[in-house]
Design a protein around this ligand. Sequence first.
Ligand SMILES: Cc1ncc(COP(=O)(O)O)c(C=O)c1O
Length: 476
Amino acid sequence: METHTPYRYKQLSDLIVGMIANGTLAPGTRLPSVRAISEQQRVSISTALQAYRLLEDSGVLVSRPQSGFYVATTRRGTLALPSTSRPPVKASTVSISGAVATLLEHASNSALVPLGCAVPDATLLQSKRLDHVLARTARQYGMRYNAYCAPQGELRLRQEIAKRAMRAGHALSPEDVLITSGCTEALTLALSAIAKRGDTIAVESPTYFGLLHTLEVLGMKAFELPTDPTRGIDISVLSRLLDTKPVAACVLSSNFNNPLGSAMAEIDKKLLLKLLKRHDVPLIEDDVYGDIYFSSDRPKPFIALDGGENTIYCSSFSKSLAPGYRIGWIMAGLHAQKVLEHKLAFSLCSPSLPQVALAEFLASGAYDTHLRRIRRILDENLARMTHAIEASFPGDTKVSRPSGGFVLWLELPKRFDSRALFDEALKQGICFAPGDVFSASRRFRNCLRLSAAYEWNGRIEDGIRRLGRLANTLLA
Ligand SMILES: Cc1ncc(COP(=O)(O)O)c(C=O)c1O
């Protein structure tokens, strides 16, 4: 049965990843032809090709026309990738709010070296330009926007969002979009509309701590799924879970999980959608990092692959343009009416003026120019940060290689305590995110997340060097 048999192409791709990890296949090595490997491994040609394509999608292999597939050379240093997580096979109640509040307080302290805050620096964002549009809108329309808007949000902004969704492969109308106060409210609305206290929600592991905090407040349990640092969740574990336990929803990043930066290949996304549909479990997708991709095209969100049939889409402008405007959106499909009722109860509507200013900015075309610029800068920041980590952290540190977003996930030896590092780093004026806040079962104490969202300068570089030195001292 499909649900219990590991997929053959997956077995083959795992074999290749293992051979790269243990050094048998060095960067730049040419792989056997599709025909040769299909004969060697006794799989069909289409299975072999599927495995190669999967690895190409996740950046492990590159294909060269007329020549074949090669192991990608690591532009981002030589440190190994973090291991695939192995969380406990049970749902956990979440108790994380104290740790999250403390982290957020330190992360917003501008006196600290900002490696803890996963929001781009205002100088990288088009802050001045956007402020200008906001001021002009306020001047032009006077008091018109000091009023409640429709609960769904300003029509002009919903139209711009619908246009962008069309470009990402999902056709919808402005009526399908509801404006929220950031992605946080979108996720809270989605979860509260389709699940209740005590329900189990399947999530990535590690996952964004804000999602865990929301689950805690809503009294829901988290089932953490094993997650690969490049390819995302292990579908076979989810499949076994769905066969044996009731699950109310699955919440996943559309692309570039925070903190791993992993993104599922399109073929895996389709398999996952099929699996969830068969079990009648809705998918809530979080696409806040989707516009910050380093490949030539934007990877598709889940909603573009199932037409929204079983998917609730959540996103915001917080990671790419305007974190302080607190504007996000949700496309809830079949659950739209319930989500609207909850929106009325939570906040009635979102502030109008920022919505109208964002709509103007999007309509002017400035957002796309801006995105092209910050993608390049953030990709460079990640490469610089990886090299700085390589130069100063313990030699056996493992580092993620994100294909989008702007955070790095570091894994140190098991005995390493990132909480002790956190306390010492704060004393030295450096902030980062310790690993355990990314897990409901408080795993990953030997891991940490560093943000590369600020303009690269001597202060950041020196902060990483000092953090690396501290990590070496703590390990010794
Ligand atoms: C994965 C993820 N989702 C949602 C959010 C919150 O987004 P917003 O600021 O739009 O509420 C964050 C912020 O760090 C995030 O990393």
